[in-house]
Design a protein around this ligand. Structure first.
Ligand code: IMP
Length: 193
C-alpha cells in the first residue's frame, strides 16, 4: 500500500483526509514520524502554498508526501479571503473570528455566492503533481451546525439546505473541495501502480 506523509499540523484536516482516503492509501501524520515543524506558508496562491508545504516536508524527510491549501473565495468580496483565509481576522485569530469578519463584511449584501478551492501538491518519488478541487455554494446569514471546522458553519454547498457544519462527515467529504482534490490524487496514484 502507498504510504504518504500529510504535511499539516491541522488535526481537523488530518481526520478529514483519513476519512476520505479510507483504505486506499496509508496517511502518515507528522506526529507519527516525530516531526515537530513549523511549516512555511508564505506564497500568494493556494497552489504555491500547497507546493511550498509539500516541498518543505519532502526536504526534511525524503518521504513521499502531500500538502493541501484551501481558500474561501467570496464573489462580493472580490475573491477574499482567498489565500488569506486562515488569518483573515488577523494573526492568531480563531475560526470564530474569521467567520464573524466574513459575516460583517457581507452584511446587507444579497449576492452571497462563494467557492472553496483546494490545491493539493503531491511529491511522489521526487516528482511533483498538483490537483485541484472546488465546490460552489453561498455564505449563510448566520452560522449553523457544530461539525467540521473553519468556515463550515457558514458555507452551504449548491443544491443543499445544510451548511457543511450541519452534515455528517461522509456527506461533506462527498461534496467538498478537499474530497474532490483527494479523489483526483487517489485516481492518479492508482494509475502509477
Ligand atoms: P489552510 O488550507 O490551512 O491554509 O486553510 C485556510 C483557512 O480555510 C483556514 O482558516 C481553515 O480553517 C479554512 N478551511 C480550510 N479547509 C476548510 C474546510 O474544509 N471547511 C471550512 N474551512 C476550511
Amino acid at each position: 500500500m502507498i504510504s504518504l506523509v500529510f504535511a499539516t499540523n491541522n488535526l481537523h484536516k488530518l481526520r478529514e483526509i483519513r476519512e476520505i482516503t479510507g483504505n486506499a492509501i496509508s496517511v502518515v501524520s507528522l506526529g507519527d514520524i516525530g516531526l515537530d515543524a513549523e511549516i512555511p506558508e508564505t506564497q500568494d496562491t493556494i497552489e504555491g502554498n500547497a507546493r511550498q508545504k509539500a516541498r518543505f516536508i519532502f526536504e526534511q524527510t525524503g518521504m513521499d508526501c502531500f500538502a493541501d491549501d484551501t481558500g474561501l473565495e467570496i464573489l462580493a468580496l472580490n475573491g477574499r479571503p482567498g489565500v488569506y483565509s486562515a488569518r483573515y481576522a488577523g494573526e492568531g485569530c480563531s475560526f470564530t473570528d474569521n467567520v464573524k469578519k466574513v459575516l460583517e463584511e457581507l452584511q446587507g449584501i444579497e449576492d452571497r455566492r462563494a467557492s472553496f478551492r483546494c490545491a493539493i501538491c503531491l511529491v511522489y518519488k521526487g516528482n511533483e503533481y498538483l490537483f485541484e478541487g472546488r465546490v460552489d455554494g453561498d455564505i449563510t446569514i448566520a452560522p449553523s451546525g457544530t461539525d467540521g471546522f473553519g468556515y463550515d458553519p457558514v458555507f452551504r454547498p449548491e443544491g443543499m439546505k445544510e451548511t457543511f457544519a450541519q452534515m455528517p462527515a461522509y456527506l461533506k467529504n462527498g461534496l467538498s473541495h478537499r474530497g474532490r482534490a483527494v479523489h483526483k490524487m487517489l485516481q492518479y496514484l492508482s494509475m502509477l501502480q
